[in-house]
Design a binder for this molecule. Sequence first.
Ligand SMILES: [Zn+2]
Ligand SMILES: [Zn+2]
Ligand SMILES: [Zn+2]
Length: 92
Amino acid sequence: MTSTCTHLDQIAPARPETVGECPECVATGGTWVHLRACLECGHVGCCDSSPATHATAHFRATGHPVMRSVEPGEHWGWCFVDGVTIPGRQMP
Ligand SMILES: [Zn+2]
Ligand SMILES: [Zn+2]
Ligand SMILES: [Zn+2]
């Protein structure tokens, strides 16, 4: 695997809009497993292990390519377009 994300240098990373919760799950009374934040706009959504997969839904709705984990102690990202994990040392 030598593929890398081509979007990182086009993004000024946004601060997560919320901390510790998926706002869409809160709104619907749902639950989540892990939280991800969009690097482009700061939208927080839940991971693909969560029932509602709001992080992926956000990508489908907006086309914002890169999200990162906002779990405590985790420092990595994921590009939906390139399909690659972005290691912490490459994160902006
Ligand atoms: Zn990318
Ligand atoms: Zn959610
Ligand atoms: Zn976004």
